[in-house]
Design a protein around this ligand. Structure first.
Ligand code: CO
Length: 160
């Protein structure tokens, strides 16, 4: 189905600044990831994915796939890690929602210009060679949002 021709708009078309392309993953903070992985695999038919250590070993991340949905289980390995502090205050639960973007720097600039409070002004390394940045939950309905740019996101794409 072809789209009708678009009239030029004075507002910035979302695609021009690397708009959100989809859901990357939903992250859950837990004290121990493995029991929850077992529950998801045996109880919901999930498939265990890869895992890695981030933040100089301070955070263990385990991915679990449920059809098109990916969960990221966050297990802190140090008491001073932000996820450990999160668990202390709130207990286990939803930690963040991660959205795929093609141009993280452009998307951060766009969010900032729109008045969204940024936790990360510049991208930082995420799992699997991604670059990520967090947006403040106060600006987004109480939900911590991560923007995630995959390593191949801009390959072969014209930069604008
Ligand atoms: Co994440």
């Amino acid at each position: 189905m072809s789209e009708p021709p678009r009239q030029p708009s004075r507002s910035i078309p979302a695609a021009e600044v690397g708009a959100v392309g989809g859901l990357s993953h939903v992250a859950i903070a837990v004290r121990e990831a493995d029991p929850l992985v077992d529950t998801l695999v045996h109880g919901l038919g999930a498939v265990r994915g890869s895992e890695e250590l981030l933040d100089d070993g301070g955070l263990r991340v385990v991915f679990v796939h449920l059809g098109p949905v990916t969960l990221e289980l966050l297990e802190p390995r140090r008491e001073d890690h932000t996820v450990a502090k999160f668990l202390e205050v709130r207990g286990p639960g939803l930690h963040h929602v991660s959205l795929e973007v093609r141009d993280l720097v452009a998307q951060l600039a766009r969010a900032k210009a729109a008045g969204v409070r940024l936790i990360d002004e510049t991208p930082r390394p995420g799992a699997h060679g991604t670059r990520v940045a967090f947006l403040h939950p106060k600006s987004l309905g109480g939900v911590l949002v991560e923007l995630c740019e995959s390593p191949a996101a801009n390959e072969g794409e014209p930069r604008g």
